[in-house]
Design a protein around this ligand. Structure first.
Ligand code: VGL
Ligand code: ZN
Length: 229
């Protein structure tokens, strides 16, 4: 079982042109008391805001992703009638488990947490809008083929390195970081600015193992330094 404490950490990185910060799904439904609550999900808010500010004052773009489902999304246990949230499922584009209804378009649960400083973001990428296909990654839907447009946007503005944080470590942050690596970005994973769903068992260590295998670098937010002079 690989856990965060077993990773080797990058001690410092100086930001330069071509760096972008991706802030994944910092929405009410993933916060404590939300529909798909991530334990301590709100604890990372101050650190995420501080890092967004570091990127933005140095002229580096901050991009938010937003889980944005229609009310009848196939990833919701409720649309299957006889199934419960967290039941395993194995339909193309959906799974490995079913979810409680969450992040329904236009609802309070889908809004960003009120303490997230969204004014620092240059773009918001919404995902999960196809009722038949989920989208954990900010880059590609779970059919592993349909782009969200994020890759085109980042290429267009000259981004080559991405720094990834947000919720949840073992789903949307993991898939965003993994796809970023597969798409050729240098990926830096802000391990102290993310929290996991941690279901099913082993999801966190599998995610970390996979990221490590793809050459993703792990760091804490304090390791990010602004270019001086
Ligand atoms: C997420 C499960 C379902 C996430 C989104 O943001 O990690 N997880 N939808
Ligand atoms: Zn979702």
């Amino acid at each position: 079982m690989l856990d965060l404490d077993d990773l080797s950490w990058e001690k410092s990185v100086v930001l330069s042109r071509g760096d972008a910060l991706l802030v994944v799904d910092m929405q009410n439904d993933f916060m404590p008391k939300g529909a798909l609550a991530v334990d301590h999900g709100d604890m990372i808010l101050p650190g995420v805001n501080a890092l967004m500010s570091v990127f933005s004052v140095s002229g580096n773009p901050v991009i938010l992703t937003q889980d944005w489902h229609p009310a009848n999304h196939r990833s919701f246990a409720s649309v299957h009638g006889d199934r419960n949230p967290f039941d395993p499922v194995d339909t193309p584009g959906i799974g490995p488990v079913l979810w409680p209804d969450h992040c329904v378009q236009g609802t309070h649960g889908a809004d960003f947490h009120q303490d997230l400083d969204t004014s620092l973001a240059r773009a918001v990428i919404r995902k999960g809008t196809n009722p038949l296909v989920d989208s954990y990654s900010g880059f590609l839907e779970n059919d592993r083929d349909t782009p969200t447009g994020l890759h085109g946007y980042l290429k267009n503005i000259g981004v080559t390195r991405i720094f990834v944080c947000g919720l949840a470590l073992d789903y949307c942050v993991f898939f965003t970081a993994a796809d970023g690596a597969d798409l050729g970005y240098e990926v830096w994973f802000l391990a102290d600015l993310t929290k996991p769903v941690a279901s099913p068992e082993g999801s966190v260590s599998r995610a970390l193992e996979t990221l490590r295998g793809k050459g993703v670098r792990f760091l804490r937010a304090e390791a990010v330094k602004q270019e001086s002079g």
